[in-house]
Ligand binder design. Sequence first.
Ligand code: SAM
Length: 376
Amino acid sequence: MTSSAQQISNTLQHKITQEINNKGSISFARFMEMALYHPGLGYYSAGLKKFGKEGDFITSPELGSLFAQSHAQLFQPVLEKHDDAVIFELGAGMGSFCHDLLLALDKLDQLPQAYWILEVSADLKHQQQQKIAQLPNHLADKVMWLDGLPEQPFNGVIFGNEVLDALPVEVFRYQNNEYHRLMLKNDNDLLSESWQPFSSELAQQLNDKKLNLPNGYRSEFIPNLNQWLTSVTTQLQSGLIWWVDYGYGAPAYYHPQRNEGTLVCHQRHEANFNPYQSVGLQDITAFVDFTHVAECLSNLDCEVKGFGTQADVLMAAGIDKLLQPEGDFVDYYQLASEMKQLMLPTEMGEKFKVLAATKNHKGDISGFENNRLYDL
Ligand SMILES: C[S@@+](CC[C@H](N)C(=O)[O-])C[C@H]1O[C@@H](n2cnc3c(N)ncnc32)[C@H](O)[C@@H]1O
């Protein structure tokens, strides 16, 4: 670790301790928010390398262009319905999905009118801008970075890959028929965990899940997800909402045996379960409860149309047809290895799921011939 990275981490830890000292304690969700997104210091906000071999993890769009090319096929039927179609991507990482999707849609002669990106990290926004600048002008000119959620109505596609898992979560414990909220205190300059009652609003969000949990069960949920999804989808007049992430439906997510929750940290391609180490230098994420996402969307005049594994959805998009032995052996080997990582059950194929919903959209959508809505 470089000394500047260590300095950033020390400053961030100091800020977190200061806030705890001012307030007495902070929730785990607030800790996660600061650790990941504190301006200039958080994991996603400081300029450290996060994606790829020299980073901490790799995402599907960063493996190569097969993921985006498949999505061009999946989005085409919706885009062709709208002359003014917009693709609105949240959390665009290094900008690779946008870059490769626009190239693929150009080949299909199905370009959207505009491509909007909402990115909370100033550092990643800068990297996205550099990536998009490599596109031909007629594609690069379509991309616009929003300062906040869309304020004007639009038709088209809302998309996010590995964004929901990056939203701060509340950690709860179920003990003696009550939910307790994980709070963090300062114990001689070390973070220590303690449990407090939830506010009635957050307790309600947990009670609404109607979980049947054993005593001592610990897990997570995204607080106020309903509000967040409302603001993300409210301006969509007609189109598709498409989330890709690791997660499960609620029965598997809150399975009695998953009694330690799903929180996981990544640093240098190794997973660990200690969010309090290397603060700001490691990713902290939680798996996604897709039932919760589906329920929120259903309450927002959206129709949940599909829930499937990444492998099933990419296969339905015809990803196998993209593996043409055209280039030299090295090209082919690289494509085959990318395909394996996207599709194999032991890699990303089964762990990652796709949840798709439509709003005021007539007709079927692609990708869910093996529909698995029953898992939600
Ligand atoms: C794990 S990365 C995934 C990046 C990219 N989608 C990919 O697949 O490579 C999570 C991304 O979501 C962004 N993010 C987190 N919370 C967000 C929010 N509320 N709105 C928009 N972007 C967000 C992060 O800054 C980061 O770009």
